[in-house]
Design a protein. Structure first.
Length: 419
C-alpha cells in the first residue's frame, strides 16, 4: 500500500497467508509463515506493537497445538517488549501475565499459574478497581486453578465473587453470568452436592435459552448435565426427560452421527438398565455403538466398553450364551485397546468366569479366574497385602453407574457429563 514499506507489505502478506492456513487447520505451516512475518517486522523500525501482536498470535497457535514451551517463549518475549513500550503497569502487561498464567495452568504448574494470575490481578485492580469485569475475568482463572487443585471451597468463593461482579456490570442474562453459574454447578457436582448442582444448572439453562434459543450446543450440554445430576438424585423421570431433550437438540443441530449423540445414548441406556428396561437399554447401547464405529472404527476403548455393557445387560436378562459372546468380543477389543494386563481385561475375565460357573463349566471358570488373578497380582501395589480383595472384583454382575459429563473424557461404561 502507499503508506507501507515493501518490507511491511511482505510481513502483512505472510501474516494473511498464515491466517488462512490456520483456518484450514494447517497449524504447522501457519506457524512457519507467522515466524517469517515476525522476522520481517523485527527488521523494521518502530514496529514493536506489530511484533507483540505477532508473538501473541504465535503463542495462541502453539497453545492450540499443545506446544506449551514455545507458547511461553513467545509470550515472555512479548512481555519483555511490552514493558519497554507500555511500561510495567499497563493493561497490556496485565493481559500478557494472565496469558502466561493460562499456559502454566495447562502445564499443571499451578504455583506458577497462581503467581502470574496474582500479578495480573494486582495491575488490573490498580487500573480498573476491585469490582471491574477485567478483574473478574482473571479471578475466574484463579477459581479454575483452585478447582484443578481440588480446593473446592476456595474455587466456589471465587466463582461467587465473579458472579456478583458480572451480574452488577453485565446484567442477569449475560453469557458470562451463565458460564459462571455453570462453573459453580460443576463444583457442586464434583462435591456430590447434586441438589445444589441442579439448582445452578437450571439457572444456567434458563439464561442460555434466552441468549441462544432451544437449539444450541450450550443448551444441549446443560440438558445432558442436568440429566446426570438428576440421575444422581435418583430422579429417573427428570433425568430421562433432560437426556431425551439433549439428544433431540444435538440431532437437530449436528445430525445423528456425532460423539455427543453417542454419549447421551449411552447415558440413557444406563438409566434404562437400572430401571430393568433391558430392551430399551440394549437398543440405546446399540445405537451408541454404531455411532462410535462409524466415526472411529472398531478398535476403540469406547466400543469395547459399550460391548461389555451390552454383555452385562444380556446376562441380567438371563441370556448367558449371548452375554458370553459379547463378553468374548469385549475381551478381544479391550486387550487390543487397553493392553492385556489392564484392569478392564481382568474385570471381563472375571465376568466370563461367573457365566461358566452358572453353566457348570468349572474348569473353564478356573482358567478365566486364574487369568484375572494374574492381572490383579501384576497391578497390585507392592505395599498392599496380597489377601486384600481388589475393589474392581467385588461385584462382577454390576455395571458402572456413574453418568459422564460431555466435556470430560468419554468413558461409555458410565454416564457422561459434558464438563
Amino acid at each position: 500500500s502507499s503508506e507501507s514499506t515493501p518490507k511491511e507489505d511482505i510481513a502483512i502478506t505472510l501474516s494473511n497467508i498464515a491466517f488462512i492456513l490456520r483456518l484450514k487447520g494447517q497449524k504447522e505451516t501457519a506457524l512457519e509463515h507467522y515466524q517469517q512475518a515476525l522476522a520481517v517486522y523485527q527488521r523494521i523500525p518502530d514496529k514493536e506493537t506489530e511484533t507483540i501482536s505477532m508473538l501473541n498470535v504465535m503463542a495462541s497457535l502453539c497453545k492450540e497445538s499443545k506446544q506449551f514451551d514455545n507458547a511461553l517463549k513467545h509470550l515472555q518475549f512479548g512481555l519483555e517488549i511490552s514493558k519497554r513500550v507500555f511500561g510495567e503497569s499497563s493493561k497490556e502487561i496485565a493481559t500478557l501475565l494472565n496469558s502466561i498464567g493460562i499456559i502454566y495452568q495447562e502445564m499443571h504448574e499451578t504455583s506458577l499459574a497462581y503467581s502470574y494470575y496474582q500479578n495480573s490481578i494486582d495491575i488490573t485492580r490498580s487500573l480498573f478497581g476491585d469490582n471491574s469485569c477485567e478483574v473478574a475475568t482473571i479471578l475466574k482463572n484463579v477459581a479454575s486453578v483452585a478447582k484443578d487443585c481440588e480446593d473446592y471451597r476456595r474455587s466456589l468463593t471465587l466463582y461467587q465473587r465473579v458472579l456478583e461482579i458480572f451480574k452488577q456490570y453485565l446484567g442477569e442474562n449475560h453469557q458470562e453470568v451463565a458460564a459462571t453459574l455453570r462453573n459453580i454447578a460443576i463444583i457442586y457436582r464434583i462435591k456430590k452436592d447434586y441438589r445444589q448442582a441442579s439448582v445452578f444448572y437450571e439457572r444456567t439453562l434458563a439464561i442460555s435459552r434466552q441468549l441462544f434459543g432451544e437449539y444450541h450446543q450450550d443448551v444441549a450440554e446443560i440438558l445432558n448435565d442436568l440429566g446426570v445430576v438428576y440421575h444422581k438424585q435418583k430422579d429417573y423421570a427428570l433425568s430421562v426427560e433432560h437426556l431425551v431433550r439433549a439428544l433431540n437438540t444435538y440431532k437437530i443441530i449436528y445430525g445423528e452421527c456425532v460423539v455427543e449423540v453417542a454419549v447421551i445414548l449411552n447415558n440413557l441406556a444406563i438409566i434404562l438398565k437400572e430401571k430393568k428396561d433391558y430392551a430399551g437399554a440394549l437398543s440405546n447401547f446399540e445405537q451408541a455403538l454404531r455411532v462410535y464405529v462409524h466415526l472411529f472404527g472398531e478398535e476403540r476403548k469406547e466400543v469395547a466398553s459399550i460391548t461389555k455393557n451390552m454383555a452385562i445387560v444380556l446376562k441380567e436378562r438371563q441370556e448367558p450364551s449371548q452375554a458370553l459372546a459379547f463378553f468374548q468380543r469385549a475381551l478381544g477389543l479391550t486387550i487390543r485397546t487397553s493392553g492385556e494386563k489392564s484392569m478392564e481385561v481382568a474385570d471381563i475375565l472375571t465376568r466370563i468366569a461367573t457365566i461358566f460357573i452358572e453353566q457348570g463349566s468349572q474348569d473353564q471358570a478356573v482358567e478365566y479366574y486364574n487369568q484375572s488373578l494374574a492381572i490383579f497380582q501384576h497391578n497390585r501395589d507392592p505395599l498392599e497385602s496380597s489377601a486384600k480383595p481388589h475393589p474392581g472384583s467385588s461385584d462382577p454382575s454390576s455395571v458402572v453407574s456413574s453418568l459422564i459429563p460431555l466435556t470430560s473424557s468419554l468413558i461409555p461404561s458410565g454416564m457422561v457429563s459434558f464438563r
